[in-house]
Design a protein around this ligand. Structure first.
Ligand code: FES
Ligand code: FE2
Length: 375
């Protein structure tokens, strides 16, 4: 096991390097359980995490459940149409209230039948006559929640910094694609034996595209056409441009220009969301860290209006299943060597290929400073 203090100093040293000589972090940053524990209590618990898309729960009472950093949560649409992220832990003696996904008029505990409304209020608790009981004090905790362009986010920290502070440049870059008008056509969950930061970095760098995805992506988004795009507080992005002779795949939102149609705009909202936005297709990977070497990945695919027919949608789903499998195989192999004493800090490629990794590490270094200032 490495000393977390050493890793934190290394991160700060790397953050101070000039932009034309960027370095990555050593393997221990991605494999050490103590480092992971440190991240859980700092950057992860305080961060905003994407949980899914609003149209996964389009009707009042629609819900899905997740485990976010050991916290069981219910994401539910209320009678007022608002989306809430509630604790999935009964206020009586701690039973989980809901499982999987579905539709619920009320959440009724399977242990002693306490019943909660879709807003988390306790509505009914049979035979509770003791003086110390007051239903008003038994609401389910509601976590800070935000919606941005059809994505649902939450933080586990009631005192978290406001969502998306300073991310106007990302919003401006994505706005022409109208991500909020895409509809979900596929959702899946998988366990990957990798560190959460490895997937963030992998998804956000174009350097590996032609090497790892020769059959699936190289023809559409070759490494050589990758171009760094907007970055700022809490996000980074790059454009995976298509060769000129590849026909545009769907028109997308009205007003989207030809250049925007000829590329996928990949972005990360730190710490745990990575996504690929194209004219007609939007793929979002939500990373739920479990251990230093384990994540749950939820990924959704959405399409713009009726741009793609059913057959094309099925082809796109199977293409992304292949792409994700290719990445997963690489990352699981990578994880096995990251614990080596010789997995040292290595040089990063230039901005268009790995500048996004530098952005991520700069952000991690900044969060680390903040966590020292406000422990
Ligand atoms: S634990 Fe839920 S009603 Fe008792
Ligand atoms: Fe990849």
């Amino acid at each position: 096991m490495t000393n977390v203090t050493d890793l934190r100093s290394t991160l700060q040293e790397i953050a101070r390097l000039p932009s034309d000589r960027p370095m990555g972090m050593p393997g221990a940053f991605y494999s050490d359980p103590a480092q992971f524990e440190w991240e859980k209590t700092t950057v992860l618990r305080r961060g905003w995490h994407c949980l899914g898309r609003v149209d996964e729960i389009s009707e009042p009472g629609d819900f899905f459940t997740l485990n976010l950093l050991d916290e069981p949560i219910i994401v539910v649409r209320g009678d007022d149409g608002e989306i809430r992220v509630l604790s999935n832990v009964c206020r009586h003696r701690g039973m989980p209230l809901a499982e999987g996904s579905g539709h619920a008029k009320r959440f009724i505990c399977s242990y002693h039948a306490w019943a909660y409304g879709r807003d988390g209020a306790l509505l009914r608790a049979a035979r509770m006559k003791n003086a110390g009981f007051d239903a008003k004090n038994c609401r389910l905790n509601a976590f800070p929640t935000a919606v941005w362009r059809g994505f649902i986010y939450c933080s586990l920290d009631a005192g978290a910094a406001p969502f998306a502070e300073g991310a106007e440049a990302l919003d401006a870059q994505m706005a022409p694609y109208q991500p909020e008008n895409f509809r979900v056509v596929h959702s899946a969950r998988e366990e990957w034996r990798t560190n959460w930061k490895c997937l963030v970095e992998n998804f956000m760098e174009g350097y590996h595209l032609s090497v790892v995805h020769p059959q699936t992506l190289h023809g559409y988004t070759p490494t050589g056409l990758a171009k760094k795009a907007a970055s700022g507080p809490g996000f980074t992005s790059y454009f995976a441009n298509y060769p000129d002779d590849i026909p545009s795949r769907g028109l997308g939102a009205p007003g989207l220009d030809d250049k925007a149609r000829q590329r996928s705009a990949l972005f990360a909202r730190f710490p745990t969301q990575v996504a690929s936005q194209a004219a007609s297709l939007l793929v979002s990977l939500m990373i739920f860290p479990r251990a230093a070497d384990l994540i749950e990945v939820k990924w959704t695919m959405s399409v713009y209006a009726d741009d793609l027919d059913d057959e094309t949608i099925q082809q796109r789903i199977s293409l992304w299943e292949d792409v994700n499998r290719e990445d997963r195989e690489k990352l699981e192999k990578l994880q096995q060597t990251l614990g080596s004493a010789h997995a040292l800090s290595g040089p990063l490629a230039e901005d268009d290929y790995e500048g996004t990794i530098r952005d991520f590490l700069l952000w991690m270094a900044e969060q680390d400073c903040k966590s020292v200032q406000s422990p």
